[in-house]
Design a protein around this ligand. Structure first.
Ligand SMILES: Cc1cc2nc3c(=O)[nH]c(=O)nc-3n(C[C@H](O)[C@H](O)[C@H](O)COP(=O)(O)OP(=O)(O)OC[C@H]3O[C@@H](n4cnc5c(N)ncnc54)[C@H](O)[C@@H]3O)c2cc1C
Length: 372
């Protein structure tokens, strides 16, 4: 009676990691993706940083899955030759007050299982990064960067090799609960509707995950997403050569973002970002306003003395799917099989913002354990 065991909605890095994990044990796993290929949305519009797990509240899913995910990700990169660079990062204090905050961050990280952070003095910093200015820094050796496209391609390959069927260009438009499962209604790129029946559903629809949850009848106001754009500016050559590691400011306490930072990608390009721009009507707007250039410059100039305004060129933007509302405190990832709400076998993943890329393999294992 059922066409599939599990239907995963969304082929971002999270849906792909879940598909690759679940297909180790399950047959008839389908992935439904509205775009023509995987990872066309948030998963290809981010900093590509393998986060250490420093910032997140103790005992949160963000902390647990980031730390576990980081180890899984480095091992995956080695096993499948995914390009990565375990370059490390510095969190820099740009005032004496911020030096105290570095101590607090170090303690917080320790409770999350990140025990390798080191406080550096000015001399030690100069040895690592002679071109930055600061009063002190926290060095995170386990932070790195990854080629996220390569990583996603490998996840897709692994999933296909284990029998997963991908439906690209197919948009989920309706989900109905039926006896012992769910009926899925899709619209393909030619506008044709089709449907199938599945025992379980995994909602990994990123920016649309609250709406997908609503489709089956779970309209939960506290899980409504707010879009929060992060813009990036590129640092023009040759100044991209002046840094060897990622450099971050001390984060804002409510963690809307973790501050405009320096990211070095696998091609050696250096970009600054992301900033925090709330999108009042949850619109998909990936444009980067050139007028932000000055704000980026002023923010980064505090620790990059060599920077000049014209070194910065608009590059790209991504949108964070936030459960947190503007001005409110940080929220955790929401990952639940919705048994209590009357939807057994329906797993919601909502608010998978950063560190979702780092956590993706751990999220795959977590969802697998939920469905066991
Ligand atoms: C600016 C920014 C910087 C970030 N930096 C980092 C970082 O450095 N490190 C890190 O670990 N994380 C980072 N993140 C977080 C990370 O990018 C995300 O957590 C991750 O990409 C989320 O993946 P996803 O698969 O959940 O979502 P997505 O990539 O958005 O995938 C969801 C998919 O669902 C599909 N979909 C939606 N609705 C439907 C529907 N109705 N039918 C069919 N398909 C549908 C979409 O097309 C999409 O492809 C950053 C995020 C942002 C925005």
């Amino acid at each position: 009676m059922f066409d599939s065991n599990i239907a995963i909605i969304g082929a971002g890095v999270v849906g792909l990691a879940i598909a690759a994990k679940l297909s180790e044990d399950y047959t008839d796993v389908f992935v439904i993706e509205r775009n023509k290929s995987f990872g066309q949305e948030t998963s290809s519009r981010n900093s590509e940083v393998i986060h250490a797990g420093i910032y997140y509240p103790k005992n949160s899913l963000k902390a647990k899955l980031c730390v576990e995910g980081k180890y899984l990700l480095y091992n995956f990169c080695k096993e499948y030759e995914v390009p990565y660079n375990n370059c490390g990062k510095l969190i820099v204090a740009t005032s004496t007050e911020e030096v105290m905050l570095l101590e607090e961050l170090k303690k917080k990280a320790f409770h999350n299982g990140v025990k390798d952070l080191r406080l550096l003095n000015e001399g030690e910093i100069k040895e690592l990064e002679p071109n930055i200015d600061c009063y002190g820094a926290l060095f995170s050796p386990s932070t790195g960067v990854i080629d996220s496209h390569f990583f996603m391609k490998q996840l897709e390959t692994n999933a296909i090799n284990q029998g997963v069927q991908f439906s690209y260009g197919a948009e989920l438009i309706e989900v109905n609960k039926i006896e012992n499962g769910y009926e899925i209604l899709l619209k393909d790129s030619d506008g044709k509707d089709f449907s199938f029946k599945t025992k379980k559903v995994v909602n990994a629809a990123g920016l649309e995950s609250d709406k997908v949850s609503g489709m089956v009848g779970m309209d939960n106001e506290s899980l409504k997403l707010s879009f929060c754009k992060g813009n990036y500016f590129r640092v023009n050559p040759p100044k991209n050569k002046l840094l060897n590691r990622l450099v971050y400011p001390v984060p804002n306490p409510n963690m809307e973002g973790i501050g405009i930072h320096v990211t070095i990608d696998m091609g050696g390009g250096v970009k600054l970002g992301p900033d925090v721009e709330w999108m009042p009507d949850n619109i998909y707007d990936y444009s980067v306003n050139k007028l932000q250039q000055k704000a980026f410059y002023e923010s980064a100039k505090k620790f990059l003395p060599f920077l000049e305004l014209n070194d910065l060129v608009p590059e790209m933007a991504g949108i964070r799917p936030k459960i947190q509302k503007q001005g409110e405190a940080i929220q955790d990832f929401y990952v639940q099989e919705e048994l209590k709400k009357g939807f057994p076998g329906f797993v919601n993943l909502i608010g998978i913002e950063s560190p979702g890329l780092t956590s993706s393999l751990a999220i795959g294992e977590y969802v697998n354990n939920i469905l066991l």
